[in-house]
Structure formats: C-alpha cells, structure tokens
Write a protein that binds this ligand. Structure first.
Ligand SMILES: O=C(O)[C@H](O)COP(=O)(O)O
Length: 344
C-alpha cells in the first residue's frame, strides 16, 4: 500500500474515494443564507444546524428551497444546456493550498499557532500557485485565522483570470458585520467571500514553538522529533497531536465545507502543513501509519474533484500535466474555454 503521498505523488494517483451516499445529492436543496454584512451568497453557505454529519454520511436536518445564486457570466448556462448544467450541479472543485514559505519556515523554526507572515520566497510561491489555478473556478475561499494562509490565498487570487475580488467576511460582531456591508449588487457579484476559521490553523506545536528544528533534533534525538512532527497520536510537549488537530480541522471541513461542495460550489482552502494533512487523511482515507509519510510542500496547490459523491484526487494542476486536469471534467474545460473567449 502506497503510504507516501507527497504532493508529487498525489499528481500521479487517481484513486477514487467514496465518501458520501450519492442519493443524498438528489435530496439536498441549496440553502440560501443572507449574510448580515450585506452579501448574499447562495447554496448551503456555512450555517451550523443546516447539515448534520454523522460518520461519512450527511443527513439533511433543515434546508430551504429558496436559492439566490451569484450570477457568474462564465457559469451562466445557455437555455439549451440549462438542464444539463443542473444535472451536473453536484460537481465541484476543491483546491487545497499549504501557505507559501513563512519567515519562520525560512529560519527553520517550529511555528504552529504563532502568527508570522510569508517570506519573500513565500510571496513568490503564493503568486506562482495562483497562476497554476488561475483557470479553475473559485466560489468560496476558506483560510485559517493565521496571516500566512491569508496572504497566500489573497496573493494567489491576484493571478486568477476571472478577476473576482476576494472579500474577507467579518462576522465577529454586529458592528463588524454592519460596517463591512457592500451596497452594490454588481460589486457583490464580482466578489468571492473569504471565510476565516481558526479550526484550520496549524497544529499547536506546544513548547516547540519558536525552537529551531535542527537544534531540537540535536537535543532530543532525530527519532523523537520525527515522532512529534509526523506521528498521528503523539503530541509535542503541551501541544496538539495530528489526531487532536484533525478533531477540529476535519470536523470543520465536514460541517462547513462539504455542504458547499455538495451544492456545487467550488472551494479553495488555504491552510497549513498539518491541518491539511489531517484533511487529506480524511479525504483519502489514509491510516494513521500512512499519514506519517504524507508531506506537503509550501505553496503547491492540490486539486480534488467532487463528483457523484466521490472525491477524486487530481493532484496539483501542474503535475502530471495541466491538460490532464482539464481533460478530466468537461465543466472545468468549458469554464476555461469561456475565460479564454471572455478575455481575448
Ligand atoms: O508549524 C510549523 O513549524 C510548520 O508549519 C509545520 O511544521 P512541521 O513540518 O514540523 O510539522
């Protein structure tokens, strides 16, 4: 069993993973949620209580038949293919990006939940990542609450050909909501909501935060440090194990992000080495042994297609080949073609 699933290897693997009962898709109705900052973004927008996840199946507890879609000329179906398009509404793209190199990655320091920005190289990596995903549709962006992930998402989106503007949603207080309202429907349509979630933060590295990785290895031994860094259930001193990190990150993914994908929304997540390792472990059903070998490079986007109840890993759009990614789904190919036409 291949346990090494580096980002390069991910590009070459095409295993199909069955995560959901596809019959549920027929039952799901998009839920329209008016965000109190004035945005209206449709389709099962994050709302606790709309969906309840149990094991790997979703049960609809409450849904609304009303639907207020964000009009996107690229996506707008012509009359002739409207019904075909509706049939395909269960397909969605999921892009995962580990943040670009941070100033502490550069210094080889354990970072965890310390909030440090990208290095110059990290900025370049984020821009390069943006170029690689510039023709893939993005409807909603999730980032951790940490600046390195947020910088990565924003810098990546500066490269997107669709030219929608990522707008951070401020729900932290009534005033924040009121003061961040947008009063133009057109402007809202040209925006992408960016949701910040602490649950996607890097694992808390405990008393290793701020220590040099090489010096820590010299002091405690290579094996011990490898165990702290890569094992599933052994936490670093007073920090989170990957298992503990997964409890919050995967729960958030299942409760908040999967309903978006189920309703056909294309999602990008900018997060961290270990929060993404835990999510990939869930998506790819890796065992606690297999996840030990899972390494993610900074600034490399990974792509999954969610289709007919399955997450299909497409690796990075640049590995093995861009053509391979677009060949896979007609919908993505059409999107890119429309962008080509629009931007000619
Ligand atoms: O928090 C950190 O130091 C890094 O982002 C991830 O570190 P790791 O590769 O040691 O888990």
């Amino acid at each position: 069993m291949a346990s090494v699933v580096s980002h390069q290897a991910i590009g070459t693997l095409q295993s199909h993973r069955y995560l959901h009962d596809s019959r549920l898709h027929q039952e799901l109705r998009s839920t329209s949620v008016k965000l109190t900052n004035g945005f209206i973004f449709s389709n099962g927008f994050s709302r606790r209580g709309c969906y309840c996840s149990s094991s790997r199946n979703f049960t609809v507890i409450q849904s609304s038949a009303s639907q207020t879609s964000v009009f996107d000329p690229v996506k707008a179906p012509s009359k002739s293919n409207a019904s075909e398009s509706r049939k395909k509404s269960n397909e969605a793209a999921l892009i995962l990006i580990r943040h670009g190199e941070s100033l502490w990655n550069e210094k080889n320091l354990f970072t965890g939940c310390v909030d440090v920005p990208l290095s110059k190289k990290g900025v370049e990596e984020a821009i390069e990542a943006g170029k690689r995903i510039s023709s893939i549709p993005v409807d909603t962006i999730y980032t951790s609450a940490l600046i390195r992930a947020q910088m990565t998402a924003m810098l990546a989106m500066t490269q997107h050909r669709r030219r929608k503007v990522p707008v951070v949603i401020h729900n932290e207080s009534e005033q924040a909501r009121a003061w961040s309202q947008i009063f133009s429907e057109d402007t809202k349509k040209q925006s992408i909501p960016v949701i910040e979630a602490w649950q996607l933060n890097e694992r808390m590295y405990g008393e290793l935060q701020g220590l040099n990785k090489q010096e820590t290895s010299d002091r405690y031994g290579k094996e011990q440090v490898h165990e702290w860094r890569r094992s599933y259930d052994i936490p670093p001193p007073n920090g989170e194990s990957l298992e503990m990190c997964a409890q919050r990150a995967v729960a958030y993914f299942r409760d908040q992000i999967e309903p978006q994908l189920l309703s056909g929304k294309n999602v990008m997540i900018a997060a961290h080495g270990n929060s993404l390792r835990s999510i990939i472990m869930y998506l790819d059903k890796l065992t606690s042994q297999e996840v030990i070998s899972l390494e993610l490079s900074t600034g490399i986007p990974m792509l999954y297609i969610f289709k007919e109840g399955k997450f299909i890993r497409r690796g990075s759009p640049v590995a093995p080949s861009e053509a391979g990614v677009y060949a896979y789904t007609r919908r993505l190919a059409q999107y890119r073609q429309k962008l080509d036409e629009m931007l000619e």
